[in-house]
Unconditional design. Structure first.
Length: 459
């Protein structure tokens, strides 16, 4: 059979409100053309993020009921610890309420002013948490990873020469750790090969530098390794995951992605001394060592989700449905970041709307059009998010890329809903020359994309 079906049945449904184009045009105007200001009930297909938006399974809901809410030493914690240990293999497992809390604890313990942290591409919270300690977050993805149209099987790989040059330039004493993000979210959800993970590990260890993975989408990365890397087609997902983590000294994890849970995360590592000082900070900011920032029921949902996410049937469906969306729109002329990533499709708005200059936010304009067209909410990753505005001079610099991310929540939308998204994008593509840019009329000093207000420019 050629048709790949959802490997689950739907037992519970959440009705969605259908809206008309006229209603949506009014709603987005009221939201000052910022999709973060829309009420979720006014969105039909919500592709804002794949984080914390997964549909949990019947086993996960059963596990929720089993949750042991003891403050210390709960059964839920031990089930969680066992699941994490089986997959990741690290000695010390420190639960946190989400990924960025694990980052904050790890970097607070390792980084200081003047340090440099290499990564393929830092996710924005990872970058912010590194920079908060005074260290520099340096992105060293391979050159192919920076060109949206370039095809490469492992576009998330670290540039090994650039990593070596960075070590030579700044010195091992100023590199407290090396990280790799699997899959590379900010670089388009692109995977990292096992070979690259092994090479980065060798370089880190031969220089005595700890090596950590940002493991949010580890299962999707593991499946890409199985599909694309020589020697892995017959290896089980669990064995691939075990091998990935065997090269690292630890990881940060947001269970809101490949944990298939709505909340949760952890820091896991082998160094006992570092783990102890991380636990001190954990108690200060998150909670006792056996719950971190999570309820017992959340620990159980994550423990169950982590085992489910390694199902090959699930990953096959997951990766093929994202690929299907990407392929269908790109075959019809929509420029996307190639090849389709694991969790999201990124439309290259600079290439699609060349008439709209970066300082008129082409990807935001596209997000607005897609909402009006079909009630779909996507997120701008371009100048609204990463451009720099100087309030003193009023000068603004554009971001290197203008992307619109369509992130697919796990197990939430059906094939016909994905077909609807494809149709909507192609309709917008057809009338792309009538789309106008936006003017930002209000902005905050940082993370401005969340609260910015816009007005459409006249053609
Ligand atoms: N690392 C990566 C690669 C991420 O994608 C995220 C979150 C985090 C760390 C932080 O995890 O949200 O649990 O604190 N990414 C979400 C997204 C928000 O929409 O891509 P968190």
């Amino acid at each position: 059979m050629k048709t790949i079906i959802e490997p689950f049945r739907i037992k519970m449904v959440e009705p969605m409100k259908m809206t008309s184009r006229e209603e949506r045009a009014k709603l987005i105007e009221e939201a000052r053309y910022n999709l973060f200001f829309l009420k979720a009930r006014d969105v039909m297909i919500d592709l804002l993020t794949d984080s914390g938006t997964s549909a949990m399974s019947s086993d996960q809901w059963s596990a929720v009921m089993r949750g042991d809410e003891a403050y210390a030493g709960s059964e839920s914690y031990f089930r969680f610890e066992q699941a994490v240990r089986d997959i990741y293999g690290f000695e010390h497992i420190i639960p946190t309420h989400q990924g960025r809390a694990a980052e904050k604890i790890l970097f607070s313990n390792l980084c200081k002013d003047g340090d440099v942290v290499p990564n393929n591409t830092h996710f924005d919270t990872t970058r912010a948490n590194v920079e908060y300690t005074g260290a520099e977050a340096r992105d060293l993805v391979i050159p192919e990873g920076r060109v949206p149209s370039e095809i490469h099987p492992f576009k998330g790989n670290m540039d090994i020469d650039a990593l070596q040059r960075t070590i030579d330039e700044v010195g091992v004493d100023n590199i407290p750790l090396i990280m790799l993000t699997i899959t590379n979210n900010s670089g388009g959800g692109q995977p990292v090969s096992m070979e690259n993970i092994r090479m980065v590990s060798e370089i880190a260890h031969s220089n005595g530098i700890p090596f950590f993975l940002d493991a949010c989408r580890f299962a999707e990365n593991a499946y890409f390794i199985k599909l694309r890397e020589d020697g892995y087609s017959d290896v089980s997902m669990m064995d691939i995951a075990n091998e990935i983590f065997s090269y690292a000294d630890g990881c940060t994890m947001s269970a809101k992605k490949d944990g298939l849970a709505n909340m949760g995360g952890f820091l896991a590592l082998n160094d006992a001394e570092l783990a102890e000082s991380c636990r001190h900070l954990l108690i200060l900011t998150e909670g006792f060592t056996t719950y971190g920032g999570m309820a017992g029921r959340d620990l159980d949902a994550v423990a169950t989700g982590l085992r489910e996410v390694l199902s090959e049937d699930y990953l096959k469906y997951r990766i093929s449905s994202t690929d299907y969306l990407g392929r269908k729109i790109s075959e019809n002329g929509v420029p996307i970041m190639q090849p389709p990533g694991g969790h999201a499709i990124y439309i290259d708005a600079k290439a699609m709307l060349p008439r709209i200059p970066p300082l008129q936010y082409p990807a935001q304009a596209l997000a607005v059009e897609l909402y009006i067209e079909a009630g779909i909410r996507a997120v701008e990753i371009g100048t609204a998010m990463f451009g720099k505005y100087d309030p003193e001079t009023g000068e603004e610099t554009a971001a290197p890329m203008e992307l619109l991310r369509l992130a697919i929540p796990r197990r939430v939308y059906t094939q016909s809903q994905i077909e609807y998204v494809i149709e909507a994008i192609l309709n917008v593509m057809e009338r792309k020359d009538s789309i106008v840019g936006l003017k930002m009329v209000k902005q905050a000093p940082f993370l401005r994309h969340f609260t910015a207000e816009y007005e459409p420019l006249s053609d």
